[in-house]
Design a binder for this molecule. Structure first.
Ligand code: ZN
Length: 383
């Protein structure tokens, strides 16, 4: 087993004075608005969990009109989940705990000794593997299958969370991100007092292996438009090709303008496996917990699952789900158009390494509220 190399954190690109002024003004206005909302809704959450004052939205559906959030978010309360690890076949218990603003998303292995049990859910800690995304800390403690939870957290726009579990693998649940997201939304998401950082892609970045690639492109030429809450929450063009008639070539373009649309398009797409490969995987101690309840099984004659597919092109949608989860390990949401061609976990992670190696490829920004994205032309000029 190889360990990930410890990497020094790249510094965000410095903002110009003009950008700083604009960001400060925006933050103030947005902060005041968030405060008003909290007052309108009773503001009963003020002061809890490290000083949230924004709205408590337990039980609401995921933002239908809303686009990107201006403020960091965490859970309104603790959430318990249990399920089976798809590779180990063991039962896993998970507790999702709210966490203070600015503290990020961290795993805690409750079954390990203090000092070795915390693992940041960040791309530098990813051990590059083909079958799933696995994070490892400096003490060698690891957790795998983090990508579906990460996708749900990206959709719910959660920035701070402690994920406590008693095994080295997150439960597979139904093989998609939907059960994670449903549990999170049922508990509710609170907005916190810290403005949410976004990573704006300023020039194309690519990771490639032969004919497989994934790349990030600026949403606007040069990537210097001051981003707003109305930017797409997901803009992706993805192609897969498998030499099996049930899958073949599938290409999907998703441009989701709201978290609700993102959920609708992607969240329920399940992971999949080929019947032919299952025996081989099991000999290597993988997929021991895999079943028709948590994966689409593709046999010689077609789909084995009696209920069939959830989407006609569920396979490419699941690949997008994995990509969304893997990219959320950047530590902040990425504002970019994403193109993928037969990309998987390993390339997705290599893309983040390439991105953070190039200080000109990105900058850290905050969002403006209100104006539509296309009305922001005034800000488009200066790099
Ligand atoms: Zn997956």
């Amino acid at each position: 087993m190889t360990m990930t190399m410890p990497m020094t954190m790249p510094m965000p690109m410095p903002m110009s004075q003009k950008e700083k002024d604009a960001a400060q003004k925006i933050s103030r206005v947005a902060y005041e608005r968030a405060g008003e909302k909290a007052v309108e809704r009773g503001g009963e959450k003020a002061g809890e969990q490290g000083g949230e004052r924004a709205s408590e939205r337990g039980g609401e559906k995921i933002g239908e009109q809303g686009g990107l959030e201006v403020w960091e978010g965490t859970l309104a309360r603790t959430v318990n989940l249990a399920g089976c690890g798809v590779h180990s076949g063991k039962d896993v218990h998970v507790v999702l705990h709210p966490r203070a603003a600015g503290t990020g998303i961290v795993l805690r292995r409750g079954d390990l000794a203090n000092g070795q049990r915390e693992i940041p859910l960040r791309y530098e800690h990813v051990e590059q593997r083909r079958l799933c995304t696995k994070v490892v800390n400096n003490a060698g403690s690891a957790v795998s299958m983090v990508e579906h939870l990460m996708c749900a957290l990206a959709m719910a726009q959660i920035d701070n969370l402690l994920v406590e579990l008693d095994a080295d693998e997150l439960p597979i649940l139904d093989g998609s991100a939907e059960p994670w997201l449903a549990a999170i939304l049922e508990a509710g998401v609170v907005r916190q007092q810290k403005p949410r950082s976004y990573l704006q892609v300023c020039k194309p970045v690519e990771a490639r292996e032969d004919d497989r690639y994934c790349r990030l492109l600026p949403l606007e030429a040069g990537g210097h438009v001051l981003p707003t809450t109305t930017m797409p929450v997901l803009s992706v063009d993805f192609l897969i090709e498998f030499p099996h008639p049930t899958i073949g070539r599938q290409r999907l373009l998703v441009a989701a303008s709201s978290p609700a649309a993102w959920r609708e398009e992607i969240a329920s797409a399940r992971t999949f496996a080929f019947q032919k490969e299952i025996e081989q995987l099991r000999e290597q101690n993988f997929a021991l917990g895999g079943s028709l309840d948590n994966a689409v099984l593709v046999g010689e004659e077609g789909i084995v699952n009696p209920e069939g597919l959830r989407y006609k092109d569920e396979f490419v949608r699941h690949k997008i789900l994995d990509l969304c989860g893997d990219l959320y390990l950047a530590g902040m949401p990425i504002l970019a158009h994403i193109e993928g061609c037969k990309s998987g976990h390993r390339l997705n992670n290599r893309l983040l390494h390439s991105l953070f190696r190039d200080a000109e490829a990105w900058r850290e920004v905050f969002l403006t509220e209100g104006a539509t994205w296309s009305e922001q032309g005034d800000f488009a000029a200066a790099p």
